[in-house]
Design a protein around this ligand. Structure first.
Ligand SMILES: *[C@@H]1O[C@H](CO)[C@@H](O)[C@H](O)[C@H]1NC(C)=O
Ligand SMILES: *[C@@H]1O[C@H](CO)[C@@H](O)[C@H](O)[C@H]1NC(C)=O
Ligand SMILES: *[C@@H]1O[C@H](CO)[C@@H](O)[C@H](O)[C@H]1NC(C)=O
Ligand SMILES: *[C@@H]1O[C@H](CO)[C@@H](O)[C@H](O)[C@H]1NC(C)=O
Length: 343
C-alpha cells in the first residue's frame, strides 16, 4: 500500500501505518538520557500556538509525530485531519517539528516523536500543558433583603490551573477581605453588611477576573439628627430632622397631636433624601413648643422630639425638655393637672 492509497482509504492507511510504527517503535521505549530531545513540558495558553520540536540527524530513516496513539505526521505526510496541525518546513535539516494552532484544552497530553536511526528506534515524549485564564462563569444577582435575613452569595469560575476565589466587601471603610471559596454565607445580616461584594478569581495566568454583587439590606429608620432651634419672633425658623433608612424614610411632622401639612398654618415641609425640614415663614409666639418628627418605611417607624424656642429660653431648660419622652409625659402631666384642678 503506497502513500497514494491513503487518499482513497485514509483509515485503513492510518491503521496500517500505525501498526508499522508500533512495530518499529516498541511501546514504552523511554527516551534515554543524553538524547538530544526536548523532554520538557510545553506550557501554552489556550488559543495560542504550540511548537513541538524534535531533533533528528542525517542517519534518520523514518520519523513521525503522534498525539497519544494517533499519528499526526509520518515523514512529510500529514495524517491528522485537523487543519490546526501543520509541519514546520523552513527548519534546519536536523529538526522535525510541528505546530498546533489555536490550542484548546483537549490538546493537553503526551505527544511522541518516533525516530528510527540505523534501525534503532527512539522516541521523545513531550507533555503539552494547556493553561486557561480564570474566568467567572456565574455569580449571584444583586439582592435586597431585610435586616436579620440569611444571605448566600455564589461565584463560580473556570480556568487551568483551577482558579482560587476570594471575596471582598467594599464599604465606606474600604475593602475588607471576607472569605475564600465559591460561597459566602451570612446569617442574620446587619445594615453594615450591605454594599458591594467583589468576587476575585485568579490563577496567575492573566489578570484576575473580578465581578460584583450588590447586597441591599432594608432596615427601619433611625434618627441621626434632630436639632432644636432658637428663633426670635418675626423671623424665619427651621427645624431639621435626619433619618437613616433603607428604603428611604417618609416623614411626618406633628405639633403635639396635630399633624402639620406643607403650605398650611404658615409652615413649609421640605424633604430631601434622608432629611426633612419644617420651615416657619414668620415665627410667632404660638409657634414655640414641642414638635415631633416621624420617620417611617416598610421596616418600621421612629420619632424624635424637637423644640422651637424663643431667644430668652435658657439652653439647659431646652435640653431637659428635649430629653423628655414626648407624648407619654404630656399625657401624664395633663392627667395630674386635671386631678389637681378637681380638688
Ligand atoms: C510535566 O507535566 C506532568 C503532567 O502535568 C507532570 O507530572 C510533570 O511533573 C511535569 N514535568 C516537568 C519537568 O515539569
Ligand atoms: C489530540 O488527541 C486528543 C484526544 O483524542 C484530541 O481531542 C485532540 O484534538 C488532539 N490534538 C491534536 C493537536 O491532534
Ligand atoms: C447560575 O447559577 C444559578 C444557580 O445555581 C442557576 O440557576 C443559573 O441558571 C446559572 N446561570 C448560568 C448562566 O449558568
Ligand atoms: C438563618 O440561619 C440560622 C443558622 O443557620 C438559622 O438558625 C436560622 O433559622 C436561619 N434564619 C432564616 C430566616 O432562615
Amino acid at each position: 500500500m503506497g502513500i497514494s492509497g491513503c487518499f482513497i482509504a485514509p483509515w485503513k492507511c492510518l491503521v496500517f501505518v500505525g501498526l508499522r510504527l508500533l512495530f518499529l517503535v516498541p511501546a514504552g521505549v523511554p527516551a534515554r538520557s543524553g538524547d538530544s530531545f526536548s523532554k520538557d513540558n510545553i506550557t501554552v495558553r489556550q488559543g495560542d500556538s504550540a511548537v513541538l520540536k524534535c531533533i533528528v540527524d542525517s542517519k534518520v530513516s523514518r520519523v513521525a509525530w503522534l498525539n497519544r496513539t494517533t499519528i499526526l505526521y509520518a515523514g512529510a505526510e500529514k495524517w491528522s485531519l485537523d487543519p490546526r496541525v501543520v509541519r514546520l518546513e523552513n527548519t534546519p535539516m536536523t529538526e522535525y517539528s510541528i505546530k498546533i494552532h489555536n490550542v484548546n484544552v483537549h490538546d493537553e497530553g503526551p505527544y511522541v516523536c518516533s525516530i528510527l536511526t540505523s534501525n534503532k528506534p527512539k522516541s521523545s515524549k513531550v507533555h503539552l500543558i494547556v493553561q486557561v485564564p480564570a474566568k467567572i462563569t456565574n455569580i449571584s444577582t444583586d439582592i435586597t433583603v431585610n435586616e436579620g435575613s440569611n444571605v448566600t452569595l455564589m461565584c463560580l469560575a473556570i480556568g487551568r490551573p483551577e482558579p482560587s476565589i476570594i471575596w471582598k466587601h467594599r464599604s465606606e471603610k474600604g475593602h475588607t477581605f471576607i472569605t475564600e471559596g465559591e460561597y459566602v454565607d451570612m446569617t442574620a445580616v446587619t445594615k453594615e453588611q450591605s454594599g458591594i461584594y467583589e468576587c476575585i478569581s485568579s490563577n496567575d495566568i492573566s489578570e484576575p477576573d473580578v465581578r460584583t454583587v450588590k447586597v441591599t439590606v432594608n432596615y427601619a429608620p433611625f434618627i441621626s439628627k434632630a436639632r432644636s432651634t432658637g428663633t426670635p419672633v418675626g423671623q424665619k425658623g427651621v427645624l431639621q430632622c435626619e433619618a437613616s433608612a433603607v428604603p428611604v424614610a417618609d416623614f411626618e411632622w406633628y405639633k403635639e397631636d396635630r399633624r402639620l401639612f406643607n403650605g398650611l398654618n404658615g409652615v413649609k415641609i421640605e424633604n430631601q433624601g434622608k432629611q426633612s425640614m419644617l420651615m416657619f415663614l414668620n415665627v410667632s409666639e404660638e409657634d414655640y413648643g414641642n414638635y415631633t418628627c416621624v420617620a417611617m418605611n416598610t421596616m418600621g417607624i421612629t420619632t424624635a422630639s424637637i423644640l422651637l424656642y424663643g431667644p430668652g429660653t435658657m439652653m439647659h431648660d431646652v435640653n431637659r425638655a428635649a430629653l423628655l419622652p414626648h407624648c407619654s409625659y404630656c399625657l401624664l402631666l395633663t392627667v395630674i393637672l386635671l386631678f389637681l384642678l378637681k380638688f
